[in-house]
Design a protein around this ligand. Sequence first.
Ligand SMILES: Nc1nc2c(c(=O)[nH]1)N[C@H]1C(S)=C(S)[C@@H](COP(=O)(O)OP(=O)(O)OC[C@H]3O[C@@H](n4cnc5c(=O)[nH]c(N)nc54)[C@H](O)[C@@H]3O)O[C@H]1N2
Ligand SMILES: Nc1nc2c(c(=O)[nH]1)N[C@H]1C(S)=C(S)[C@@H](COP(=O)(O)OP(=O)(O)OC[C@H]3O[C@@H](n4cnc5c(=O)[nH]c(N)nc54)[C@H](O)[C@@H]3O)O[C@H]1N2
Ligand code: SF4
Ligand SMILES: [Mo]
Length: 708
Amino acid sequence: MEGAETRTEGIVRSHCRICHGGCGVLVHMKDGRVIRIEGDPQSPISRGTLCPKGMASVQLAYHPDRLLHPLKRKGAKGEGKWEKISWDEAYEILTRKMKGFMDNYGAESIVLGYGTGRDNEAFIYRFANLLGTPNVLTAGHMCYGPRVSTSIITCGNLPVCDYEGNPRCVMVWGNNAILSNPDEYKGLYLSDALAKGAKLIVVDPRFTKLADRSDLWLQIRPGTDVALALGMAHVIVEEGLYDKEFVRRWVHGWKEFTERVESYPPGKVSEITWIPEEKIRGAARLFATTKPACIQWGVAIEQSINCVDNNRSLIALAAITGNLDVPGGMVFYVPPPTMSASQFGAHKMLSPEQRKKRLGGDRFKLADAFAILNPRFVWDAILTEQPYPVKMVFLISSNPVTTRAQASMVYEALRRVEFLAVSDFFLTPTAELADLVLPAATWLEMNYVAEFWKRHGYVLARQKAIQVGECKSDHEVLIELGNRMGQSEHWWPTLHDALNVILAPSGLTFEEFAEIGYLRGKMEYRKYLKKGFSTPTRKVELYSTRMKEWGYDPLPRFREPPESPVSRPDLVKDYPYILITGMRPTAFFHSEHRQIPWLRELLPEPLVEIHPETARREGIEEGDWVTIESPRGNCYQRAKLTLGIDPRVVGAQHAWWFPEKEGPEHGWKASNINLLTDNDPDTCDPAMGATNLRALLCRISKKSEGTP
Ligand SMILES: Nc1nc2c(c(=O)[nH]1)N[C@H]1C(S)=C(S)[C@@H](COP(=O)(O)OP(=O)(O)OC[C@H]3O[C@@H](n4cnc5c(=O)[nH]c(N)nc54)[C@H](O)[C@@H]3O)O[C@H]1N2
Ligand SMILES: Nc1nc2c(c(=O)[nH]1)N[C@H]1C(S)=C(S)[C@@H](COP(=O)(O)OP(=O)(O)OC[C@H]3O[C@@H](n4cnc5c(=O)[nH]c(N)nc54)[C@H](O)[C@@H]3O)O[C@H]1N2
Ligand code: SF4
Ligand SMILES: [Mo]
C-alpha cells in the first residue's frame, strides 16, 4: 500500500485536505496521472461541492517547483544552495542529530512543530512524547486549542453548531465560515440553515457577505467581544429571557455570573464596543427568544488577550438560553468508533519530569494543561539559551516566518538554531533557512483515516491516488523515524498497520473503511441528562472551578486590548488606526498557494481594506501600494477601498510571500503583516497565551514609489 499500488485509470474516491479539509472528492485518473478533481455528491460533509483550492490540487501536486527529494544544505544557512540526498541519508542525519542533542542537552532541546489541521498532529505528538520532548510548536495557543480547552473546562466538550438539527437562529461571531470552512463544518451547512429561514446575527467589524445577509449586523470595535457577550447576557438576565429550568439544574455559579454581568449594562458596553445600545438589546432578545439557536464562532476572537473569556462568555450565552446539546443548538457530537487523536498522541507516555520542562512552564496554565506552547518561548530559548538551549527545530507543515507574530524574531531564531529540519511541498522562506528539507506528500499521495482530530463525529477515508517524486506522507516519515529512534515497541512496521490500529474499535480494516468512505458516531442529544457535563461540578461552569484553582478570575471579564486607542493613548498620535489582520481569502490557505496559477489569478496581490474617508485623509487611492506600520515593523499591501469597514479600522491580509521572486528570501518581508504583530507574552491571553493579532495600532501611507 505504501507507494506501490496507486491506481492508473478510473476514479479514486477520497477527501480533500487543502484547508482544514473534509470535502468528499472523486479523483479522475488517466495513464497514472490525476486529470481532474470533482466533488463527490455522496459526501455528507460537502454533498458534491468543492472550492477552487480543492480543484487546484492538481496544479499543486504536479507543480514544477515541488520538492521531489530530500535536500541537504550546501554553503551557508539561507544561501539557497542544496544537495539532493536519499531518504536513507536524510533519516540517518535526523536520527544522528536527535540522538546527539538528546545525549548532550536532553530531549527538551528538540522542538517539533506543525501547522494547522494537516491531519498529522496525532503522529507528531506520539513521536514527540515518545522522544521525551514537551515542546511541540503549533498555532494551538491562538487557534482552535483555546476553543477546545476552554470548552472542556467550562462544559466538558466543544459545542458545535448542529445545522442538521435546523437552528432557527445562528449568531456568527468573528467567523466567516462560507469562505473559511473551518474546523468542524463547511460553510455549506450554514448556508442551508439560512436558506431554510434561520435568523442571522453577525458580529464582525467588517461588512462580510454574511453581514449583508444578516437580520442584525453588529459592527464591533475589534477586540471587545467579551464586553458585548456579557452585555447581551446582562439583557437576557435582566429581561428574564434565560432558560430557568436549565439554569437551576445545570449551571454552576449562576449567582456570581449574574453579579458579574450586572457590571456590563448595554450603555457602558455600547461605549466599549461602538455598537448602538439598541442593537445590543435587539441581538440579545433575538438570540434568546428564537429557538433553537447556535453560535458559529471563529478564530478572530481567539487571537486576543480576551481569548478564553470570549470563548467562555459565548458558551455561557448558549447555555443560559438552553441551547446546549439540543437539536439545532450547540451539540457535543458523538465520536465515531475509532481510537481518538489524543489517545494516539500518547500524551501519557511523556514523563512528569519532562512535562515540567515545557518552555514557558506554567506561565499560561490552561495552555500548559493541554500541552500547548506559546512560540515566543521557543524563539527566546534559541536566542538566549534560557531557560535551556533549544538546539533543533523540526517543522512538519508550518511556515512560521510568515505565520507567527513578530516575524523578524521568528526569522532570526530559525536562522540561528543549530539544526533546522523542515518538511514541506516547496522551498518556503522558512524551509530556505533549514539544514535539511524533506519532500512531503499532498493529500492526493496518501492513505489516511482523516479528521480524527475534529469533533464533528466523523472520520473520512483518504486514499492514495498518485506517487510524486520521492515524496512521503508525514505519517510514513514519523513511523520510520520512530522505529529508527528506538521507539519500535510503540509504533508499527508500516502506516497500513497504524491505520488498522486506529480503526480497530470499529472492527474494520483500512480497505473495508475505504470502501465505505466514512464512519460517523451515532448522535444522541441531551447526554447531560444521564451523566451531567464532564466538568468537576458536572454542570456548566459559568464560574470556573479550574480557572479559580489556577489563580485566574473564575468569571469572564473584559480586558482592554493591550494596544488600543484606550490603553495606549500615547501611541495614537503616531498610530491612529486599529489594525486587524488575517481575514481569510478564498484563494489561499495561509501562506500556501501563491505559486498555484489558478489560485494566484484569483488574488494576485495582498490587499489592505481601508474606508474611503480614511484613504482620502491619507492621500491613498484604490490600488495604491500602501505602507502599513506598527511600532514593531512595516510592510506593503495594495489598497482596497471599502465602505464595509469602520473609518477607524484597517484590515490587512496575512502570510504573504512571493515564490516567484528569485533568491532564497522570496520577498518574505515585503507584505508580511506579521512583521507588525506582537508576541510579547504580556500582551497574550493570561491563561492561554493566545497572541493578539486582531486589535493592534497602525499608521498607513501611500508608498512613495515602486512595487515592493
Ligand atoms: N497575522 C496573522 N497571522 C496568523 C493568522 C492571522 O489570522 N493573522 N492566523 C493564524 C492561524 S489561525 C494559523 S492556524 C496559522 C497557520 O500557520 P501555518 O500552519 O504555519 O500556515 P501555512 O502557511 O499554511 O504553513 C503550512 C506549510 O506546510 C506546508 N504543508 C501543507 N500541508 C502539508 C503536509 O501535509 N505536510 C507537510 N509536511 N507540509 C505541508 C505548506 O506548503 C506550508 O508551507 O497562522 C496564523 N497566523
Ligand atoms: N481559504 C482559507 N480558509 C481557511 C484558512 C485560510 O487561510 N484560507 N485558514 C483556516 C484556519 S487555520 C482558521 S483558524 C480558520 C479561521 O476562519 P474564521 O474563523 O472564519 O476567521 P477569519 O476569516 O480570519 O475571520 C473571521 C471574521 O472575523 C472578523 N474579525 C476580525 N477581528 C474581529 C474581532 O475583534 N471581533 C470579531 N467579532 N470579529 C473580528 C473578520 O473581519 C472576519 O470577517 O479558517 C480556516 N480556513
Ligand atoms: S473547502 Fe477545503 S476541503 Fe473543501 S475543497 Fe476547498 S480546500 Fe478542499
Ligand atoms: Mo487557524
